[in-house]
Design a protein around this ligand. Structure first.
Ligand SMILES: Cc1cc2nc3c(=O)[nH]c(=O)nc-3n(C[C@H](O)[C@H](O)[C@H](O)COP(=O)(O)OP(=O)(O)OC[C@H]3O[C@@H](n4cnc5c(N)ncnc54)[C@H](O)[C@@H]3O)c2cc1C
Length: 54
């Protein structure tokens, strides 16, 4: 849990994901932002869309 955080999705609840310092060990604004970035990366991968940052 200290590395991966808590699960960000709930079984049976489609199109829901929870990110932020409540789901990652440590907390802080950078960790919360990274949590959101990682989830967008995952969603892009699942949708076969390229992940791009600006
Ligand atoms: C006193 C203090 C000082 C800090 N100082 C720093 C610092 O200097 N540097 C740093 O990097 N970090 C700092 N942090 C940590 C940082 O503030 C948090 O890690 C960061 O704000 C987490 O962002 P978040 O969006 O994940 O969660 P949150 O900021 O907690 O946002 C969650 C949001 O969800 C809303 N919400 C909750 N339940 C529901 C619901 N059922 N329906 C709808 N909305 C809901 C809440 O109202 C809230 O707006 C500090 C924290 C505290 C408490």
């Amino acid at each position: 849990m200290m590395v991966q955080g808590v699960p960000k999705r709930l079984p049976g609840l489609k199109h829901f994901s929870m990110v932020g310092h409540w789901t990652e060990p440590g907390g802080s604004v950078p960790i919360a932002a990274m949590s959101g970035r990682n989830m967008i990366y995952e969603l892009c991968h699942e949708d076969n869309k390229p992940f791009a940052t600006a």
